[in-house]
Write a protein that binds this ligand. Structure first.
Ligand code: 3HB
Length: 326
């Protein structure tokens, strides 16, 4: 073997580089979640599978932690074709189409298993069908863990979140819910959350067990309340513009692999929630059970308002009721 060939072989072994065909197409996926988050791991897994199954023709680069900007900016990039794929929260969709708000209705379901099933149901499919008018191609729903509440100070005597400044996702229905609970909702996207909490600009947040452990929000919290009060869907989308330019075979491949990835995410979250509950317990964090009473009368008020605003909510409630079996 020539010296040059030896060096090249060594480099390939060292960096695991496989020669991409000359026609390799570069695709980008954007997310706001940090590297340890399941959505980011799943995006990495999708990249590996796309490379393998397209035999190196499709190369997907992953941009986590809001590297490409906020979700509002990512949505614009998807619409212009500057970004190819994204795993997004429902925030930006809800801001453009009121019906997406219903996915975060309080206490729709009781478990992450039921949340996964709800996101496989007809109402979720109907909402996915509406993404086309936003210049996107919907590729399926993933999810994160059930929502919990963290507070920098314990619940007071009255046992509610009233009067606290609480971080929400920038989403009308969540703002409404917290206002109805007598709190002061403060919309903050995930990448901006740590500094605001650590600096005391907010008194609490709604998040999930995964983020609580990975970002060590428990260090700043006197109460970690396992309220499981909402589900938290993820929407996998492609740029509609980019989609048009792909070959039929590539579209079919991407569609299949993203559907498999989102299905794996939905299936994984019951265990992810349980694993992070165990990790928090292992770190000595006391996670308390908390029921809807911590929100005062917000649940009833929220349904009254949002049933009138979005008739489709009633359909989703019926699906959820059947899943809960109560
Ligand atoms: C959030 O609370 O903003 C959030 C949480 C996730 C994933 C994405 C966003 O687990």
């Amino acid at each position: 073997m020539s010296f040059l060939k030896k060096i090249t072989t060594a480099a390939v072994l060292a960096f695991g580089v496989t020669a991409a065909p000359a026609s390799a197409q570069e695709l980008k996926i954007g997310l706001i979640t940090p590297p340890p988050h399941q959505w980011t791991r799943s995006a990495g897994h999708l990249a590996e599978r796309l490379a393998a199954e397209s035999e190196g023709r499709l190369k997907l680069s992953v941009f986590p932690a809001g590297q490409l900007g906020s979700e509002a900016q990512m949505l614009q990039q998807l619409q212009s074709g500057a970004l190819d794929l994204a795993f997004m929260t429902v925030g930006e969709f809800a801001n453009r189409d009121e019906e997406f708000n219903i996915l975060v209705a309080p206490y729709l379901v009781e478990t992450a298993e039921q949340a996964a099933k709800l996101l496989e149901g007809p109402t979720a499919a109907a909402l996915q069908g509406k993404l086309g008018k936003l210049g996107l191609k919907g590729l399926g729903f993933g999810m994160a863990g059930m929502r919990i509440v963290l507070l920098s100070q314990p619940l007071g005597e009255e046992g509610t979140v009233k009067g606290r400044k609480i971080r929400t996702v920038p989403l009308a229905s969540e703002l409404d819910f917290w206002s109805m609970a007598g709190a002061a909702p403060t919309p903050l996207p995930l990448p901006d959350l740590f500094d605001s909490y650590a600096n005391g600009q907010i008194d609490g947040m709604q998040l999930d067990l995964e983020g609580t452990f990975n970002t060590r929000y428990y260090d700043y919290s006197k109460a970690v309340l396992n309220s499981r009060h909402m589900i938290f869907p993820m929407v996998a989308v492609a740029s509609g513009r980019k989609w048009q330019s792909l070959s039929e075979a590539d579209r079919a491949l991407i569609e299949r692999l993203v559907a498999e990835e989102t299905a794996a995410i939905r299936a994984a979250y019951p265990k992810i929630d349980a694993d992070y509950a165990a990790k928090l317990a292992g770190a000595g964090v006391q996670v308390e059970e908390a029921g809807p009473e911590i929100f005062g009368s917000a649940v009833a008020s929220w349904y009254e308002t949002w049933r009138a605003k979005t008739p489709r909510l009633t359909e989703l409630e019926a699906e959820a009721k059947a899943l809960r079996g109560n």
